[in-house]
Design a protein around this ligand. Structure first.
Ligand code: PLP
Length: 432
């Protein structure tokens, strides 16, 4: 009979992982058993939540049919929006392939719920890079600023806490919408837990009850057992080529929340008067359902990968955010290399472990929406999908790589081992 450990070892060797790297990884994995068990329990809970929402809304084979043209009376589209709303605890939802990405979903939510003369407030510091142009922090055609919508920002305190005094001062009669980004994006601040988001929303509403609280939920879905809507958010926004698409959705974004907020977004996405009534689901709707069904499990694999990477690089002396023991509120893992070569080696390893495009070498490149060169490693089935194993980051100090995804834990593990292999081969790390 085949010795399983020996057979697996040989498979890793075939893929280019040396014994030193595999032994190091195996010893780290052994320490993580208890945490991995907790992640599995959370995935189990969220899986049941998704199934319950699908059953309640009587998802049927008819829902998977493609519509074209105007897409009037598209049962699959309308039912899926009910599934999202129920699963996330919201009144209504807009889940569409016509929403091209996360930035588009966020821009749509903002532009449809703000009017000239209103002010947008971020009480959690600078938003995600691509939103700078949406808001007009960096001047851009079609920004909120061009439409006379002002922007105010209150940074987190140095210890990562909310600046409650500053937030209170910043809220004024013009403040219409408060945007709260759950994930850290390309910053090294902590990601916000759903509980902390709830505390912040309660504080904001105690000062101005009718303000709209929106959460950028990118990378956060299914990481915890509750979502921001359940702690008072009026709107929650994300991308389907991240967590909730489960790796199967080939495009799309969602907005869930209060009926009025979602309605405003629908009138902006299509047209005043048409709203949610139009928008063909084309041939992608089954992948939206099936991806949402798989998402809790996929997210659990990505989370295990993130924690595995944190533990490994922490042991090797790098700064990792979050650290190897912290609780998780998104699937992103930042590793600060403080070294350009190490950052690039890491990304090369992720690329080399991919099922698709494993033979290409990622290089730093100028990207629309970003103000420095960016390196991106991804060998994805869906272009740019970051629920699939991927790593990226702006090539500037502190040379931090943001690592995320992995449709399965085993692939995430291989990717991280391969990244370590590249660093090891170039003498950028020592394994004792
Ligand atoms: C990914 C992301 C976005 C933007 O989504 P894209 O699909 O890349 O446009 C916005 N906010 C956060 C926090 C993100 O992680």
């Amino acid at each position: 009979m085949l010795d399983t450990n020996e057979a697996i070892y040989r498979q890793y060797e075939t893929l280019g992982i040396s014994k030193e790297v595999l032994d190091f990884g195996t010893s780290v994995e052994k320490e993580l058993k208890e945490r991995f068990d907790k992640i599995d329990t959370n995935a189990e809970y969220n899986q049941l939540k998704v199934i319950a929402a699908m059953q309640k809304n009587k998802v049927s084979a008819e829902c998977f049919q493609a519509s074209s043209g105007y897409g009037y009376n598209d049962l699959g589209r309308d039912t899926l929006e009910r599934v999202y709303a129920d699963c996330f605890g919201a009144e209504d939802a807009l889940v569409r392939p016509q929403i091209t990405c996360g930035t588009h979903a966020l821009a749509l939510a903002l532009m449809s719920n703000l009017r000239p003369g209103d002010e947008l407030l971020s009480p959690v510091g600078k938003p995600y890079d691509t939103l700078e142009e949406v808001i007009g922090i960096r001047p851009s055609k079609g920004s909120l600023a061009e439409y006379g919508i002002t922007y105010a920002q209150v940074d987190l305190l140095p210890d990562g806490e909310f600046d409650y005094d500053g937030i209170k001062k910043a809220i004024n009669e013009k403040t219409k919408l408060v945007t709260i980004q759950r994930s850290k994006g390309y910053a090294t601040r902590p990601t916000l837990s759903v509980k902390r988001i709830g505390e912040l929303i309660a504080f904001v509403k105690s000062i101005k009850p009718d303000v709209i609280c929106m959460v950028d939920n990118c990378y956060g879905e299914f990481v915890e057992d509750t979502e921001p809507i359940q702690v008072g958010a009026d709107m929650m926004v994300g991308s389907l080529i991240k967590n909730p698409g489960g790796g199967l959705a080939p495009i799309g974004g969602y907005i869930v929340g209060k009926k009025e907020c979602v309605e405003n977004a629908a009138y902006r996405l299509t047209s005043p008067g048409l709203g949610k009534e139009v928008g063909a689901s084309l041939g992608v709707i089954q992948s939206f359902y099936q991806g949402f069904f798989l998402a809790p499990t996929v997210v659990s694999g990505a989370l295990k990968g993130a924690i595995f990477a944190a533990k490994i690089y922490e042991k090797l002396g790098f700064k990792v955010v979050p650290d190897g023991t912290e609780s998780r509120h998104d699937i992103i893992q930042a590793v600060e290399f403080n070294n350009r070569d190490a950052m690039i080696a890491f990304c090369e390893g992720i690329q080399a472990a991919a099922p698709v495009d494993s033979y290409v070498t990622p290089e730093p490149w100028a990207m629309p929406g970003y103000d420095s060169d960016v390196i991106m490693a991804a060998g994805a089935f869906v272009q740019g999908s970051s629920i699939e194993l991927s790593a990226d980051g702006p090539v500037k100090p502190p040379y931090a790589v943001y690592f995320q995804g992995g449709l399965t834990w085993y692939h995430a593990k291989l990717g991280i081992l391969m990244s370590l292999q590249k660093l090891y081969e170039r003498n950028l790390v020592k394994l004792d």
